[in-house]
Ligand binder design. Structure first.
Ligand code: ATP
Ligand code: MG
Length: 393
């Protein structure tokens, strides 16, 4: 059966009451963005508190489902048969034909759930439940009614049109992007940061990203890998402007002036400072990183405290309590893992010390940073002035 429409059921509504329409409008905007990737014309609309997607041309069913499964805020996608003809005898026939095609294997239990939103309709809901149940049992004697735990729950809604549906395909949950402000993701080529971006976008937050590269120590391919990851995260979050910042001179200067065991921490502090500047200019109110306690020397609690000390914005670290395997599981699910494990060099790994501090002392780090006083402001300014923005997604 070729479905012309889909009923979209949404997940948790963070903005209840009179703000609910904001949530619905944001969801419709994100659905439209997602469907732009799919061939064909679609109409996403709201009607008496329901969201529908209607195909206006021929389309590929799997492509549409896949696109909608990337839209945060969607709890369920219900392929819908919509008919105009409300004649009761005709409805019975249509329901039988629908059940035949939607559920080819007839060994199921079912329940009919009719709703009469149009109160002028001559048959009451309970009567319809009984009548439609009866015609289904007659047509498919292998089926059985189970009102408590049916395998198939058939919905028949009498509205302006008649809606018939029983299939419910899970969406990704979460909140529509655009309902919760914007944050700046520090996106590296690793496994963790794309997952961190995905998790915050899932709560409705719009994402900008910043990537620090260090040419010629890091290659164009390493940079392309980050662009690819941003594209993949953007399938969920909507388009991401990726700010590419040249970090080479800052890194070389730190390398030259500071104790080598403190390099990583000092570099990370400058990344946070610069990310914060860029966030401020782009209306992002928080930073996002892929840090997780204890994963590497720069992510011990002491190191996190030392890195965090330069931040005035909130820093979201959604992976902070996750094991590596749990992070890998999500990255496989969202499709970033294969790209993340490509073996290109990262700007942090090139300048790492053999024995980095694992319990940095904040006052010592501050003291070391004083030796950067002469040129660092100018270098940071140049890095900011020469940033390049690549639109991903
Ligand atoms: P990831 O897998 O995300 O690269 P990681 O385990 O390699 O993380 P680190 O290299 O210590 O950990 O980086 C910690 C976090 O700092 C990253 O998750 C990311 O948010 C940010 N980060 C690190 N390197 C860069 C970079 N070159 N550009 C932008 N952000 C970075
Ligand atoms: Mg990394």
């Amino acid at each position: 059966m070729k479905y012309q429409s889909f009923l979209i059921k949404y997940a948790e509504i963070g903005t209840k009451g009179k703000n609910r329409y904001l949530f619905e409008d944001a969801l419709i905007r994100q659905i439209k963005i997602a469907l732009k990737r799919v061939e064909g014309k679609f109409l996403a609309s709201k009607e008496s508190g329901r969201i529908y997607v209607e195909a206006l041309e021929d389309y590929d069913y799997d492509d549409v489902i896949q696109a909608l499964q990337h839209v945060f805020g969607i709890a369920w996608i219900c392929p819908l048969l919509q008919i105009e003809d409300k004649d009761y005898e005709n409805l019975k026939k249509t329901v039988v034909a629908y059940m035949d095609q939607a559920h080819p294997d007839k060994r199921f239990t079912f329940k009919v759930d009719c709703r009469r939103a149009d109160k002028t309709y001559p048959v009451r809901s309970e009567q319809m439940n009984r009548d439609l149940g009866e015609v289904i049992l007659e047509a498919f004697p292998e089926t059985r009614v189970d009102v408590h735990k049916p395998d198939v729950l058939l919905h028949v809604e009498i509205r302006k049109l008649v809606n018939i549906y029983s299939l419910m395909i899970p969406g990704p949950g979460g909140m529509p992007v655009g309902t919760n402000g914007k944050a700046m993701l520090l996106l590296s080529g690793g496994i963790d940061s794309p997952v961190a971006g995905y998790m915050i976008a899932k709560r409705g937050v719009k994402i900008d990203a910043v990537y620090f590269h260090a040419p010629p120590y890091t290659s164009d391919r390493a940079r392309q890998k980050v662009v690819d990851l941003a594209e993949q995260v953007a399938r969920y979050s909507g388009p991401i402007p990726l700010h590419v910042v040249n970090f080479t001179d800052i890194q070389l200067y730190i390398y030259d002036k500071c104790p080598h065991e403190e390099l990583t921490i000092i570099m990370r502090r400058y990344m946070m400072r610069i990310a914060q500047e860029i966030a401020g200019k782009n209306d992002a109110l928080a930073l996002i990183t892929g840090e997780s306690i204890g994963q590497v020397a720069s992510q011990t609690v002491q190191s996190l405290a030392a890195t965090n000390e330069v931040c005035t914005m909130p820093v979201f670290r959604p992976l902070i309590g996750f094991d590596k395997q749990e992070i890998i599981d999500i990255s496989e699910k969202i499709g970033t893992f294969e790209t993340s494990i490509q073996p290109y060099e990262d700007c942090c790994t090139i300048f790492v010390a053999k024995h980095p501090v694992i319990k940095p002392n904040i006052s010592r780090i501050r003291h070391s940073e004083q030796s950067l006083e002469e040129k660092i402001e100018e270098l940071v300014q140049t890095a900011l002035d020469t940033e390049e923005v690549i639109w991903c997604g």
